[in-house]
Design a protein around this ligand. Structure first.
Ligand code: HEM
Length: 284
């Protein structure tokens, strides 16, 4: 079905048909230019450089499978922090998100994925990724030539691991590193209209996606996914304070499989209450 859809889209772009179907000419032209760079479009182009069906399938599988564990694991850890340790942050996130859409909860719910307006929730995402560090030693990499590092030769063919955990918990960069503190990502800027605005500090970096030319290819996508997941959950539910024993928030101590490459938190319970407005069709 997707094949037929993509084939028809390709035909409609080539014939100019797609352009006639939309009102906003400039927006459609830009979209078409983007589509022309896509793997799918070039698959239907009759050129020597096009990918094979096998390669396209592999790319699609990578896109689905590469984030299958890491994204939900981060989400699970973030919820644990917010519900079991910091419900006050959940409430702040709710107010700031709704305020960003002038109090319109339904709009916030429907549009959060396209414009990512709430800086506080973006900061929650960054802090979750940093503190949790789903792949603490990233992925193993093999050197393809001799590498000289600080007067030491690392021979070609050596398997290297990068200690992302150490970078993400370095107290020189992240004071009090084991504390969940989204505010550390926020800074104040002055806008063109001379208003002060709190935004995520784009000069700050963490290592949750690795670093360098082989860093996570899906990092922007994963950040958006986590942002939308947090927004929608926060808009629909409010946290109920935990009773009884709450598991630790230390990701390493929370890990079910210490021998594995990724950190997977042990099962734990949280209690959420459906917000009153969520029952009457708002948000959708
Ligand atoms: C929160 C979610 C995610 C985390 C924490 C994460 C983390 C990582 C890390 C640490 C690496 C290794 C980087 C290195 O060796 O320096 C990696 C590689 C990769 N990730 Fe992700 N990832 C996430 C989600 C995703 C998603 C959603 C996709 C695809 C849609 C994706 C696609 C990839 C690919 C293709 C690579 C291999 C890149 C290469 O070898 O050049 N990841 N990821």
């Amino acid at each position: 079905m997707f094949y037929e859809y993509a084939k028809k889209l390709h035909e409609d772009i080539k014939s100019g048909e797609l352009l006639t179907r939309h009102d906003d000419y400039e927006k459609t032209i830009n979209k078409i230019e983007d589509m022309k760079k896509s793997l799918m479009y070039n698959y239907f182009e009759d050129t020597n450089t096009r990918l094979t069906t096998g390669e396209i399938t592999s790319e699609c599988l990578t896109m689905v499978s590469a984030g299958l564990d890491n994204t939900p694991l981060n989400f699970k850890y973030g919820i644990h922090q917010l519900v079991n340790y910091h419900p006050e942050m959940w409430h702040t996130a709710y107010s700031e998100l709704v305020e960003a859409y002038d109090g319109d909860v339904k709009r916030a719910y429907n549009e959060c994925g396209s414009d990512m307006r709430c800086e506080y929730i973006k900061a929650i995402v960054q802090e979750t990724l940093r503190l949790f560090t789903a792949l603490p030693m990233a992925l193993p990499r093999e050197t393809t030539s001799n590498v000289i590092y600080q007067n030491v030769v690392i021979p070609k063919g050596t398997t290297l691991f990068m200690n992302c955990w150490a970078g993400n918990h370095d107290e020189r960069k992240f004071p009090d590193p084991m504390t969940f503190r989204p505010e550390r990502w926020l800074t104040t800027v002055v806008t063109e209209s001379f208003q002060e605005k709190t935004v995520v500090d784009t000069t700050m970096r963490h290592f949750a996606f690795g670093i360098g030319c082989r860093m996570c290819l899906g990092n922007n996508f994963a950040i958006r996914e986590l942002y939308v997941l947090f927004c929608k959950l926060i808009l629909k539910f409010e946290p109920v304070p935990a009773t009884g024993l709450v598991p630790t928030d230390n990701p390493l101590a929370l890990n079910s499989y210490p021998e594995s490459l990724a950190i997977e938190p042990v099962p734990f319970n949280i209690v959420l209450r459906l917000r009153e407005h969520a029952g009457n069709g708002t948000p959708a």
